[in-house]
Design a binder for this molecule. Structure first.
Ligand code: G16
Length: 538
């Protein structure tokens, strides 16, 4: 492979030249930017994926997507052999490689190869997948060029969701233990378990098997149709937002941040609406009540629903396994209170980014992890999985249910559609309508805002992003502002996927949460070098 590193520089110069001198960093979920700035990054990520495949002697995944970002953006996420996000040491390599000049590419590759002691004689295999953005196909070609120039082989999964590529990589590398390594294998595994779990009929008590599905005009709208082929009449799903502008006024991020019903979905009272994001790895539920009031059930509500159900199955099965939940600073204060006080389940707080939550969830036998934005899943330790399967074989009814629940879940990464099927499973089992679910606890009113600053890296944080370290004095200002609001809480952090600073505030009323968010956003603008007009309203 080493002999081909010189070719890597030649192809870079002729086809994918570096177009910026700005320092670029591997962010919350890989590299993200305007699509026209990404060709050289994609090409280099093809090179890096091939190297990582040699390093791990396993297939590696590359997903081309900017997920929740607007359609003109794009991005790339690398997937490690067991479906994990790229290892932190390799995020550093990715950053090094992207920031090298075209001529420096061979040296950068050699350095990475040397540091990681890679066997460069291994024949690398890289799976690639992409979302529906108009730019994704061309960017995918750049990744493929990168893999091939160093002698790697490519399997192109075409247009696909992020969670499916995580699943296929895992199954390919573990010899099919987790499931059949194909898109079809995924649908079959999840849907079969889902249908079995409702063998007693699709309706139950207050539960009706009907949902409206907001596909965010992305790949999630295409893939749900494939799931439906395997679901028979177990769930009726009406698909909306399947051919408009990606993530525009719809989808999981819009619904969560704007706290609004998605455009394009009929505003019918008392129907469950499921919104997914641009690569279908996040999910948010919402509904309009009989008084025409909008309600949103986010990742916190999903996490508590799932954790409560698993806790009950564990208790009834007699299995002694440690269940825990992982959230981030965005978790609504009321949800944390409910989980710890009412459910008695331990809660840990991680930094934003599924890679951080996933890692922290590994400390439990069964770790439920969810970001408030609807990104999350459940993971089981090897021992927990074996204990559940074993008890199920011994006809323990609750363990048997848990064993089937395990197959509805995509443990490799959060999947909007598999999470939806899990939520539907729990609601069905409990005979709950969406109101029954919603009334478990009332969210503290909250508000999110974005502030544009000249350089968002001037904001640094600690304590799982709940405390701002720099610019000096900003945290004191926030503390002073928060004091004035009953149940007030606020934090700021630089986004790892957009060129902005995020502001979160909660308080005892919506007016107060909004007011606090605007004040804190103003402080960020003043003290962290805001650009454009100062935020003075929502
Ligand atoms: C990605 C990450 C999520 C994160 C989100 C926002 O989601 O996978 O873990 O919460 O970005 O991150 P930030 O606040 O740093 O911009 P997605 O769905 O866009 O890939």
């Amino acid at each position: 492979m080493m002999s081909r590193f010189a070719d890597a520089a030649k192809v870079a110069t002729s086809k994918y030249p570096k177009t910026t001198n700005k320092t670029i960093k591997y962010g919350t979920a890989g590299f993200r930017s305007k699509a026209e700035e990404l060709d050289f990054i994609m090409y280099r990520m093809g090179l890096l994926a091939a190297l990582r495949a040699c390093d791990t002697k396993a297939a590696i995944g590359v997903m081309i997507t900017a997920s929740h970002n607007p359609v003109q953006d794009n991005g790339v996420k690398l997937v490690d052999p067991m479906g994990e996000m790229l290892a932190p040491a390799w995020e550093v390599h990715a950053t090094t490689l992207v920031n090298a000049s075209d001529d420096e590419i061979p040296r950068a590759l050699e350095k990475i190869g040397g540091e990681a002691r890679i066997d460069l004689n291994h024949s690398p295999l890289v799976f690639v997948g992409r979302d529906t953005r108009p730019s994704s196909s061309q960017l995918c070609d750049a990744v493929i060029s990168g893999v091939r120039v160093v002698g790697g082989d490519v399997k192109d999964l075409g247009v696909i969701t992020t969670p499916i590529i995580h699943y296929v990589i895992t199954c390919h590398n573990d010899g099919g233990t987790y499931g059949v390594p194909s898109e079809e294998g995924y649908y079959q595994k999840i849907c079969e378990a889902f249908v079995k779990l409702r063998s007693s009929g699709a309706s139950n008590g207050n539960y009706e098997p009907i949902v409206y599905y907001d596909g965010a005009n992305g790949v999630g709208a295409l893939m749900i149709a494939n799931f439906l082929k395997h679901l028979g009449n177990s769930l009726s799903v009406s698909i909306y937002n399947d051919d408009g502008v990606l993530n525009h006024l719809c989808g999981a991020d819009y619904v969560k941040v704007q706290q609004k019903w998605p455009e394009g979905v009929p505003r019918i009272q008392n129907v469950r609406c499921v919104s997914v994001d641009g690569d279908a790895d996040r999910v948010i539920y919402s509904y309009i009540d009989s008084n025409d009031k909008y309600h949103m059930l986010d990742g916190d509500k999903i996490a508590t629903l799932i954790a409560g159900y698993i806790q009950e199955l564990l208790k009834n099965s007699g299995l002694k396994l440690k269940l825990g939940l992982v959230q981030t600073a965005y978790a609504n204060g009321a949800s944390t209170e409910y989980i710890t006080r009412k459910l008695g389940v331990p809660v840990a707080c991680a930094m934003t980014g599924v890679k951080h939550l996933h890692h922290m969830a590994l400390q439990f036998d069964i770790g439920v992890y969810f970001e408030a934005n609807g990104h999350g899943t459940v993971i089981f330790s090897k021992e927990a999985r074996a204990a559940i399967r074993d008890a199920a074989q011994r006809n323990n009814e609750n363990a048997n249910k848990l064993s089937q629940v395990l197959d509805v879940i995509n443990e490799t990464v959060g999947d909007a559609i598999s999470d939806m099927l899990l939520v539907e499973t729990v609601l069905h089992a409990r005979g709950w309508s969406i109101f029954d679910w919603d009334k478990a606890y009332a969210d503290l009113p909250n508000r999110q805002m974005k502030v544009t600053v000249a350089d968002r890296t001037v904001i640094t944080t600690t304590d799982a992003e709940r405390v701002c370290v720099t610019p000096e004095g900003l945290q004191n200002s926030i503390n002073e502002m928060v004091k004035a609001y009953p149940q007030g809480r606020s934090f700021v952090r630089p986004s790892g996927t957009e060129d902005i600073v995020r502001v979160y505030a909660e308080a005892s009323s919506q007016e107060q949460a909004d007011e606090l968010a605007i004040k804190v956003a103003g402080a960020v603008y003043d003290q962290a070098g805001g650009v454009g007009s100062k935020p003075q309203s929502l």
